[in-house]
Design a protein around this ligand. Structure first.
Ligand SMILES: CC(C)(COP(=O)(O)OP(=O)(O)OC[C@H]1O[C@@H](n2cnc3c(N)ncnc32)[C@H](O)[C@@H]1OP(=O)(O)O)[C@@H](O)C(=O)NCCC(=O)NCCS
Length: 166
């Protein structure tokens, strides 16, 4: 099967995991302005996430970044794919698939037995790379800060002085 990104690669586009190549202001604009899940995210927060993940980009023949994706990972057991974004003018050419496969097949992530992600409406995109709905989803649990905090007292907070309420 011919990979969908082959014509792009033939035209001089490249996939890279080099953090130095990332166009951070561009990635920040994409995520904070155009990606509903990251709306309003600060440049500092975007940079932190890029740096603490394994991040890949696709660059055109002039070196301009056309897409980004990252994997939150310990490189052993956990791989969570996030912030997959392709420039609006370059969608439908295989860039998204290139980014996702670039993470799934990355040499540093080969030990990871399964990858997960969350998507509102791009299921078809990930299905094209082999993703399926969660098997045995009943085994998975989530903790949400807006709900769970009420049940999880903060052990890092200083103790209340003796005799004080609360
Ligand atoms: C979703 C997104 C990353 C796909 O990137 P892309 O470069 O356009 O995708 P590709 O050209 O590699 O397409 C790969 C497959 O996904 C499908 N696909 C692409 N975009 C899709 C979308 N938004 N929803 C559903 N399927 C999509 C294509 O039909 C294609 O399937 P095929 O190979 O069987 O024809 C891109 O549309 C995007 O950045 N959207 C806005 C941000 C977003 O929604 N990100 C995903 C968050 S989970």
């Amino acid at each position: 099967m011919t990979p969908p990104w082959q014509p792009l690669r033939a035209a001089g586009w490249q996939l890279s995991d080099d953090p130095e190549l990332l166009d951070r202001p561009r990635v920040w604009r994409w995520l904070s302005l155009e990606a509903p899940w990251a709306h309003g995210r600060s440049p500092e927060a975007v940079n932190t996430a890029l740096d603490l993940s394994l991040t890949v980009g696709v660059y055109d023949s002039a070196g301009l970044q056309r897409g980004v994706a990252r994997c939150v990972t310990d490189r052993v057991a956990v791989g969570f794919i996030d912030d997959v974004f392709v420039d609006a003018d370059h969608r439908g050419k295989g860039v998204g698939r290139w980014l996702v496969c670039g993470l799934l097949q990355h040499r540093l992530l080969r030990e990871i037995p399964q990858f997960t992600l969350v998507t509102d409406d791009a299921h078809t995109h990930y299905a094209a790379a082999g993703f399926t709905p969660l098997a045995r989803f009943q085994r998975w649990m989530q903790w949400r800060r807006d709900i769970g905090s009420a049940y999880a007292p903060d052990p890092w907070a200083p103790d209340s002085p003796p005799g004080s309420a609360g």
